[in-house]
Design a protein around this ligand. Structure first.
Ligand code: TRP
Length: 389
């Protein structure tokens, strides 16, 4: 008979321990002090709930679409000129639930808990639950929460919902009805054509100007077409949007401007249209999201593109480099996916902003595309040893 003796301290690290470690180091990158960092860490653990205790040697709790390796956490940095970036974290609180209906219910309960704790209203969300959280929802998500982790401890909260909850064929009608209920009856009509409506997002809590946002999917998006998609007035110029897409997609070295017509032929580009008032019926914000990870050989290349875009807007890429080091001890060249998206954000009355979306890679590092297979498992134990430091 063999007996397995417990080895002292041998329990696998947990999802909560890994992501809280990442968050604390990212708080430092974002210039947040220890008191803020501690309260933000508690917030992340609260939003994750029991899945935080899940040992990392178990597989991901569900095949969440939140990140490529199904970690239910993704970080992002909102960069601005002349200051440190703002840190945000995206979480799927319902990821332990066996079905999407339960996933959505848990997500909603966590939003309500946050609302009670931070004293904000959920009226706008409550008005939409029948549309986005039906009893028998379709995928690929039910409810995600993003927390903007500011100095002073009070988070701003964003809730992401699935317009295809009642089936993809109803997504457009669901978005139109949601905007009508939110007091933007003309919003849907102002949008450009799209191949899908992956998310509707609501700002809840401490925002100067809360937004209702819709994300549009554009298959085979070219820079030339991307330049036509903003409906804000005045908005970014077509040339500015074109330049960002060709740079992020890696098409800007093509001769004679032919890069303008190279499509994002793999994972699609997205646009996001933000509505804040209904005087004009037009959006007040436009964002272009480029899934840079599918258009690079490795994260060294993704960083190079991000750095060029950031410098172009007078922003310092050093914080992004430090953020990558805060997330993982692997070399950027050894994976493709740490930088998931690059986005250019225009919101009326504010300077342009660049957002970088950063993966936690709790379960897997996607292999660089150098003739290797598309995806290999992380050598988890050895990599994690470095991450906890
Ligand atoms: N992982 C999903 C995707 O790649 C959803 C997602 C996570 C996303 N973070 C994002 C989409 C940032 C756009 C921008 O589409």
């Amino acid at each position: 008979m063999s007996v397995t003796l417990p080895r002292p301290g041998a329990g696998a690290p947990t999802l909560g321990a890994l992501t809280v470690g990442q968050l604390l180091r990212l708080c430092d990158v974002a210039g947040l002090g220890p008191a803020d960092a501690e309260s933000h860490a508690a917030l992340l653990l609260g939003a994750l709930g029991p899945v935080a205790e899940r040992p990392l040697d178990l597989p991901p709790p569900t095949r969440t679409f939140l990140s490529d390796d199904h970690t239910p956490v993704e970080f992002s940095l909102a960069h601005l000129p002349d200051r440190l970036p703002t840190l945000r974290v995206l979480v799927e609180p319902g990821c332990l639930e066996p079905d999407l209906a339960g996933n959505g219910r848990t997500g909603l309960a966590v939003v309500r808990e946050l609302a009670r704790a931070w004293n904000f209203s959920t009226t706008q969300l409550d008005a939409l639950t029948d549309l986005f959280l039906p009893d028998d929802p379709h995928g690929p998500l039910a409810l995600w929460i993003a927390l903007e982790l500011r100095a002073g401890g009070v988070p701003a909260v964003k809730v992401y919902l699935n317009p295809s909850a009642s089936g993809p064929e109803h997504a457009a009608a669901t978005v139109r009805e949601a905007f009508r209920r939110l007091g933007h009856p003309d919003a849907f009509a102002s949008l450009p054509d799209a191949d899908g409506y992956p998310f509707l997002a609501l700002d809840l809590g401490e925002w100067d100007t809360p937004r209702a946002k819709v994300y549009l999917r554009h298959d085979d998006l070219t820079a030339a077409r991307a330049g036509t998609l903003s409906r804000t007035r005045p908005g970014p110029s077509a040339a500015e949007i074109e330049e960002f897409l060709t740079l992020a997609g890696g098409f800007d070295d093509r001769p004679d401007g032919t890069g303008l017509h190279v499509p994002l032929a793999g994972r699609p580009g997205l646009t996001c249209h933000a509505f804040t008032e209904n005087r004009t019926g037009l959006p007040s914000g436009f964002t272009l999201h480029v899934p840079v990870r599918d258009y690079v050989r490795h994260d060294g290349e993704a960083f190079g593109r991000a750095a060029r875009a950031l410098r172009r807007y007078g922003m310092d890429p050093a914080a992004l480099r430090r953020a990558m080091e805060a997330l993982t001890s692997r070399r950027p060249e050894d994976g493709a996916g740490l930088i998931a998206y690059l986005a250019l954000v225009h919101q009326e009355g504010r300077p342009a902003r660049i957002t970088t979306y950063l993966s936690a890679e709790a379960y897997e590092v996607r292999a660089p595309r150098l003739g290797l297979p598309a995806s290999v498992p992380t050598s988890v134990p050895s990599r994690r040893a470095g991450v906890g430091a």
